[in-house]
Design a protein around this ligand. Structure first.
Ligand code: AN7
Length: 415
């Protein structure tokens, strides 16, 4: 087990702290000896363990189980969406609802492993830049582990629920006058400069290892079969890369026969990866002033873009953009037809699904899993804004009957 540069293949020890390759500056990923993972897969205990990130303990780069920092993450529901599927003409549609994690987003899968690694490494302070969910998750796991935590968020542009979480968990919250990309640049430089501050953005390869459990789990929940397609919202592009790593590892180990087509969805105003895929480019053009109502994915220079392009191309997947209007209408539809309340960024996977079915890219016979990445209560303001306002009525039966349209019906029954 070691860390390896995704570009030049330079190898680094598993316990070495460093976020980029010293030779070429590209990202690192955790690599295992095939035999090591094969032995893990052959053991039988994990198959009978309950669904969770740590069911896959032997597939993770953590060796000292006594150090695990957990709030019981993973094991989220995979919801068969019969009614939404019927509306779109899809026979087999599922939503993997990551809002069911301890702090309400998929970030917890990465943080349980990343913060456990931080404890193993003996660091005392952790930091991240965040559009909201990463800061909420890191703050919680740092609290559980007794580590100091600082989070940098773009001022005035993160959802209120996420801000409340980071604050109540006791993180030092800094609102940076600038956007997420600027905040990320600062924490990157800061963690290079101060070795004592451990960086837990998704360039940290241990976070990706935790998040790959999302790929494992989807395959396990579908009885050892990969779906035809996994549709994921894309911001910094860590998650789509991680899910692909998980699916590929399960495939290499013979645990699934096929791999899914990885399909990334970006908000139209922040879509450098989707543009690269559509234009067949091998690189991205960062968006200087990213905009979208889905603040979680309001990211113009996704750090894991190269991993994401690889995931999408290797898997014969695709990428699509969706407008704010399409996102909000998908959010409402999912809530009203399936009883699943997800935040706007998460609903982008549903909006993307609708678009790709409409334009014939997704075949109606496919078995599709849409990942919804964060809970709807993260961003109550947007939900209230797009919904019908409550009617204010007098505290009298007659007024309520009138408001509910009950009067006439009662009269008919009485006759
Ligand atoms: C709900 O919290 O980047 O493509 O700083 O919160 O792995 O970045 C959040 C990202 C999708 C995109 N859905 O995932 C942060 C942050 C939700 C999110 C994404 C995010 P990546």
């Amino acid at each position: 087990m070691h860390q390896e540069c995704i570009n030049c293949g330079s190898k680094y020890a598993i316990d070495e702290i460093g976020y980029f390759c010293r030779k070429c500056g590209d990202l690192l990923e955790v690599k295992y000896d095939h035999g090591e993972l094969e032995r893990a897969a052959k053991k039988s205990e994990w198959r009978s363990a309950p669904l969770s990130v740590w069911r896959y303990r032997d597939f993770m780069p953590i060796r000292d189980a006594s150090k695990i920092v957990s709030l019981n993450e993973g094991g989220t529901g995979i919801h068969r969406c019969q009614r939404l599927g019927e509306k779109l003409g899809l026979k087999q549609l599922y939503v993997k609802n990551e809002g069911e994690n301890p702090t309400g987003s998929f970030k917890d899968r990465g943080m349980t492993v990343g913060v456990t690694k931080a404890v193993e490494l003996g660091v005392k302070a952790v930091i991240c830049a965040s559009t909201g969910n990463t800061s909420a998750s890191l703050a919680a796991y740092a609290a559980k582990a007794g580590l100091q935590c600082a989070v940098l968020i773009p001022s005035g542009k993160i959802a209120y629920g996420k801000l409340a979480q980071a604050m109540i968990y006791g993180a030092k919250v800094l609102q940076v006058r600038g956007n997420f990309d600027q905040a990320l640049d600062i924490v990157l430089e800061l963690s290079e400069k101060h070795g004592s501050v451990y960086l837990l953005n998704s360039i940290n390869p241990f976070r990706i290892e935790g998040q790959k459990s999302l790929g494992y789990e989807i395959c396990d929940q579908l009885s050892g079969e990969a779906p035809d397609r996994i549709v994921v919202p894309v911001g910094n592009a860590g998650n789509i890369s991680a899910i692909w790593k998980g699916c590929r590892e399960f495939h290499d180990l013979g645990l699934v026969k096929e791999v899914p087509m990885m399909t990334g969805i970006q908000a139209a105003g922040s879509a450098p990866i989707a543009h690269a895929i559509k234009t067949g480019s091998n690189t991205i053009v960062p968006v200087g002033k990213p905009e979208t109502i889905a603040t979680a994915i309001r990211i113009g220079a996704p750090v894991s873009w190269k991993k994401a392009l690889t995931a999408i191309r290797e898997s014969h997947g695709t990428a699509e953009t969706v407008t704010d209007e399409e996102i909000l209408s998908a959010q409402k539809l999912l809530a009203r037809v399936e009883g699943l309340f997800v935040e706007p960024a998460s609903a982008s996977s549903i909006a993307g699904l609708i678009k790709l079915v409409d334009n014939g890219t997704i075949d109606k016979s496919e078995r599709v899993v849409c990942v919804t990445t964060g809970h709807g209560l993260k961003d109550p303001d947007t939900a209230v804004k797009v919904s019908e306002k409550p009617l204010e009525v007098d505290a009298e039966i007659a007024a309520i009957e009138e408001a509910l349209g009950l009067k006439k019906q009662v009269a008919v029954l009485a006759r």
